[in-house]
Unconditional design. Structure first.
Length: 255
């Protein structure tokens, strides 16, 4: 497998892993935020009901406690029922009118539901809510978030992959320039140099390679000059000796 392909797949896998982890963290955070918002809404409903009851007891004027209790069950899908209980443990107001005046133990708690209540001067005020409905709303909100964020994550991954491909191609091009130059130098082309800009490690390697090639070229030039000088020095006495022998032969022949 070529280096460019390795770099591309490594960067792609890293990008996908980062996207999956980030998406998972954001998904859990969104679910927790939605659950907290639903529970805060239930808390607000109980607090408001408590305020109405306190004002009613203090002024003797009914501000619509019964109407508000009925309204809670109709407008909040998570609420099964709401109630106001007296200090004696009996329902004064209940979403289901048939339970008014009955002991609290007879109206709580439906299977699978949970209770959110508070005590105000001995009065019991609360709501019975459905955790399954909350979980379903949180789940649907989570899937909607995944659909929205998944598109953004896919676009981010595509950009990441494109950048990884471009970076991998540039990295491989720089490596190949050094490799080609090394092959030329090993073949005897000592004048070969690598032209790489930048201040990274590959640029430093290219500059070191150029210095090495320059040193080899200088050493080869000195060797060539030395051999040329030695050959010249050896050739001059030999030529003189040959000329002397030829002269002596000619003189001997003339005698």
């Amino acid at each position: 497998m070529r280096l460019a392909t390795r770099v591309f797949w490594l960067a792609t896998l890293m990008g996908l892993a980062i996207a999956v982890v980030a998406l998972g963290i954001a998904y859990r955070a969104d679910r927790n935020r939605e659950r907290a918002a639903l529970m805060a809404d239930l808390e607000t409903s109980v607090e408001r009901l408590a305020s109405i009851v306190l004002v009613t007891r203090a002024t003797g004027i009914d501000l619509g406690s019964q109407r508000y209790v009925s309204l809670l069950a109709r407008e909040h899908p998570t609420i099964c029922c709401a109630y106001v209980a007296s200090p004696r443990g009996r329902f004064l107001i209940h979403t289901h009118d048939r339970l008014a005046g009955r002991p609290v133990s007879e109206g709580l708690l439906h299977e699978g539901n949970q209770l959110l209540n508070r005590q105000v001067d001995g009065w019991g005020i609360g709501v019975e809510y459905r955790p399954a409905v909350i979980n379903d709303r949180v789940r649907r909100r989570g899937w909607a978030f995944l659909r929205r964020a998944g598109g953004l994550a896919a676009a981010a991954c595509a950009v990441w992959v494109g950048l990884a491909w471009l970076f991998g191609r540039d990295l491989v091009r720089r490596f190949e320039a050094i490799t080609v130059a090394a092959r030329k130098v090993s073949g005897g082309e000592l004048s070969t140099r690598v032209q790489l800009g930048g201040r990274d490690e590959l640029a430093d390697l290219a500059r070191d390679f150029n210095r090495m090639a320059g040193a080899l070229q200088e050493a080869e030039q000195r060797r060539h000059d030395f051999l040329a000088g030695v050959t010249h020095e050896m050739r001059s006495p030999l030529s003189a000796a040959i000329s002397t022998l030829e002269l002596m032969r000619e003189q001997g022949a003339g005698a």
